[in-house]
Design a protein around this ligand. Structure first.
Ligand SMILES: Nc1ncnc2c1ncn2[C@@H]1O[C@H](COP(=O)(O)OP(=O)(O)OP(=O)(O)O)[C@@H](O)[C@H]1O
Length: 349
């Protein structure tokens, strides 16, 4: 288990302050955030690369301060594979074990097994320069895993790879993590990558952790507008509620009648709404916006609509449309009150 308490790291123009974090054994834990929010800094502090920090970091109850990665039992994989060009693939993988004093036979057996695990059987004698980017990154992962780390730290390991390869390596990593129940602390700015891989995600912004939860709970209950938008929930409505209606200028959303009166912020996911014909009969239990289609695109088997509703842009995603539809057309958008996510019920916003 990894426990961070009150971790503070200050640079001239950026700081992480009093950060607490807990990663369970066998957990795939991801730090997710935009560029410059401090993900890599935090990983470098945990790894021991950044030695100056305040607070405490414990791995399986061992205080990591001042200890080498051999002692703390951590391995790290970076965006760049950082392989030693003069060594063969198997010697690269076995290098850490050699430094640890493991005998030649044992370390080469372990290195070869790790390479097979990563689908690189037969590549043992090659040199890094004779490998593709994806293969190099697999060697880097093998090199980290062969050390049987207590925690594997990964800093955007797939971000330099093309989309198809990234998908393949994500799948491979997930399989290996499940098989060996490895504890992984992964850093990414890619929401889909985080959602696919992680047991738990910490969303970071400006040196702080804004919310930690499993992917589903995070998506169902973003705690603020930043998290909602970061997770791709862009239909956010802010206004004053009275009599079960949220009003923001001309825009109106029907909310739960029990919603307290006053200012609230709510969200509706694009996939929780549906574009229907302007004259379609209204069903009981559904609520409707009226607006105009501003854009239609078709991605990954889904229609993506941008609608203009009383001057507000609303996104809707759905897998089928039962009527002829084109840009500029007036339509209705149906939604259900039960799908409204309440981000902030009262107070200032
Ligand atoms: N050694 C350093 N000295 C001073 N400032 C630094 C140092 N390292 C990082 N920073 C600053 O700290 C902030 C956070 O950087 P960090 O690399 O942790 O962000 P990140 O979330 O990993 O971003 P990215 O995804 O772009 O790598 C940035 O503003 C960066 O300029």
């Amino acid at each position: 288990m990894v426990v961070l308490e009150g971790v503070t790291k200050k640079y001239d123009e950026f700081s992480i302050e009093r950060l607490d974090l807990r990663i369970e054994k066998g957990e795939f834990f991801t730090l997710l955030g935009g560029s410059g929010c401090g993900k890599s800094t935090l990983l470098r502090v945990i790894s021991g690369i950044e030695r100056e920090f305040q607070g405490s970091i414990e791995i399986d109850s061992m205080d990591i301060r001042g200890r080498s990665t051999f002692e703390t039992g951590l391995s790290m994989v970076f965006q760049d594979s950082l392989l030693l060009p003069n060594l063969s693939v198997e010697d690269n993988v076995a290098f850490g074990l050699k430094m640890k004093g493991v005998g030649k036979k044992e370390r080469l057996t372990k290195a070869r097994d790790a390479l097979v695990e990563l689908g690189l059987g037969g590549f043992e004698k090659r040199h890094p320069n004779d490998l593709s980017g994806g293969q190099k990154q697999r060697v880097a992962i093998a090199r980290a895993l062969v050390m049987e780390p207590k925690v594997l730290l990964m800093d955007e390991p797939f971000s330099a790879l093309d989309e198809e390869l990234r998908g393949k390596l994500q799948k491979l990593l997930k399989e290996i993590q499940r098989k060996y129940k490895s504890t992984i602390l992964f850093v990414t700015h890619d929401r889909d990558e985080a959602f696919y891989l992680s047991d738990k995600i910490a969303v970071m912004d400006n040196g702080s952790i804004v919310q930690v939860d499993n992917p589903q709970k995070l998506y169902e209950n973003p705690r603020d507008e930043f998290v909602a938008r970061f997770l791709g929930i862009n239909n956010i409505f802010k206004g004053k509620v009275s009599g079960g209606i949220l009003r923001d200028d001309n825009f109106q959303v029907e909310v739960d009648e029990k919603t307290s009166e006053g200012r609230v912020v709510v969200a509706l996911k694009a996939e929780d709404m549906r574009v229907v014909e302007e004259g379609a009969p209204e069903s009981i239990g559904s609520s409707y916006f009226k607006g105009r289609v501003e854009d239609i695109s078709f991605k990954s088997g889904f229609y993506h609509f941008i609608l203009d509703i009383e001057g507000k842009k609303v996104e809707v995603v759905q897998n089928r449309v039962d009527f002829h539809i084109e840009v500029g057309q007036r339509v209705k958008v149906s939604y259900k009150k039960k799908n409204i996510i309440y981000i902030k019920r009262e107070g200032l916003c």
